[in-house]
Design a protein around this ligand. Structure first.
Ligand code: APR
Ligand code: PHB
Length: 389
């Protein structure tokens, strides 16, 4: 088989890129290791930057997002019993959109199916060949049968555990990583959200986040130990702990109910450089991971897709390699800023096992500065709604 762009990974990055390329008449094939049902079973964050929404519009996939997404003009931050608001729209002119990543992925699959986009599921043994030459190809198996795709470019959208990043020789790659000494225990419950806007809570017992998917579906998280498993936490224990970490006036309004999903995610910051090797490009989690505080994962994947899509358009429409040649540099410049924001917000809001009295005072002073300083709120708002592409 031959195509123009072979895309490894059918998560949001790969599907969005495929759909954008399709809108410009550029052919692609998406190779996904799992089934569609499995990919749609993953629960991830749910806050979209305006830049992401615009890309979904350009891809022709934004109707449901506009109908069901909830624009949020600000967020609340609490510290013990203290609570204050950062107003996004006032500081930046732009809200964020609350709409689950699972729904984004569902919309992208539907759009791909409607136009007959080529996606191969349950592929195994994906190997990228000749990415450092002019004629790359990808081999893989489906049900034990060997297949091959010849292409102009290969795009690795295969997440943190994919094969694409590993295809770049170790002596070319430079990796940067920070692991955090805690995880997030998250639950989804069919209860009304405790508040109209998200609440990020710093408490002496650890971080908590009150988020939502819609008016009767709430998403809550609490910082937990990396040794914990979801089975260690009954729903009752989760709700009790959450109530201890948010201001009493908010806890009093919390509606609890059975969890319909419960999982633990570790927190990691990771970047690999460069994001291009010959005719292989990395996008999204394949190249970088952020801790979830601030919901930058999907949004940062989207800015990669934006730069690469425009670079590939430039190549096919104008016969220019300028866009693909500057891809890695442009994408990384924005990635590092998202990494900085996610690291800063995580550092500000969590309790660290080895935190000294001095460290705690610094955290407290920084939160108080954010509470009272307009410039600090503006800086946070600009980062939260998304830096320009
Ligand atoms: N071959 C084919 N597909 C693969 C392979 C492989 N060897 N390895 C992984 N995949 C698939 C995974 O099954 C997954 O569906 O690649 C996809 C990668 O999707 P994501 O991990 O969702 O990554 P990405 O599309 O970059 O999305 C970034 O989603 O993962 C979240 O937190 C992340 O919010 C961020 C956003
Ligand atoms: C979520 O709703 O899952 C969510 C929201 C904001 C975050 C992280 C996760 O910062």
């Amino acid at each position: 088989m031959r195509t123009q762009v072979a895309i490894i990974g059918g998560g949001p990055s790969g599907l969005l890129l495929a759909q954008l390329l399709f809108a410009r008449g550029i052919e692609s094939v998406v190779l996904e290791r799992k089934t569609k049902e499995y990919v749609l079973g993953r629960i991830r964050a749910g806050v979209l930057e305006q830049g992401f929404v615009s890309l979904m519009e350009e891809a022709g996939c934004a109707d449901r997002l506009h109908a069901e997404g909830i624009p949020h003009n600000g967020t609340l931050i609490s510290y013990g019993e203290e609570i204050f608001r950062v107003d996004f729209t006032r500081h930046t002119g732009s809200p964020v959109m609350v709409y689950g990543q699972t729904e984004v992925t569902r919309d992208l699959y539907q759009a791909r199916e409607e136009v007959g986009g080529h996606i191969e599921f349950t592929v195994e043994n994906v190997v990228i060949h000749g990415a450092d030459g002019d004629a790359p190809h990808v081999t893989y198996t489906v049900d034990g049968v060997a297949r091959r795709i010849d292409c102009d470019f290969v795009v690795g959208c295969d997440g943190f555990h994919g094969v694409s990043r590993q295809t770049i020789p170790a002596d070319v790659r430079k990796e940067y990583e920070k692991l955090y000494p805690f995880g997030w225990l998250g639950i989804l419950s069919e209860t009304p959200p405790v508040n109209r806007e998200l609440i990020y809570a710093n408490s002496p017992r650890g971080f908590a986040l009150c988020s939502m998917r819609n008016e009767n579906l709430s998403r809550y998280y609490i910082q937990c130990s990396l040794d914990d498993t979801p089975e260690d936490w009954s729903d009752e224990a989760f709700w009790d702990e959450l109530k201890c970490r948010i201001p009493a006036e908010v806890a009093a309004k919390l509606v609890t109910g059975p969890s319909i999903e419960k999982s633990i995610a570790p927190l990691r910051s990771f970047v690999t450089e460069p994001m291009r090797w010959g005719r292989l490009f990395l996008c999204g989690d394949a190249a970088h991971i952020v801790p979830p505080t601030g919901a930058k994962g999907l949004n940062t994947a989207a800015s990669d897709v934006h730069y690469l899509y425009n670079g590939l358009r430039d190549f096919y429409e104008n016969d220019s390699t300028a866009g693909i040649d500057s891809y890695s540099e442009k994408a990384l410049a924005r990635v590092w800023k998202a990494e900085r924001f996610s690291w800063w917000f995580s550092s500000l809001m969590h309790t660290y096992p080895d935190q000294s009295g001095f460290d705690l005072k610094m955290q407290q002073a920084e939160i108080d500065f954010l509470r009272t300083n307009t410039a600090a709120q503006q800086a946070m708002a600009e980062n939260y709604v998304g830096l320009p592409y």
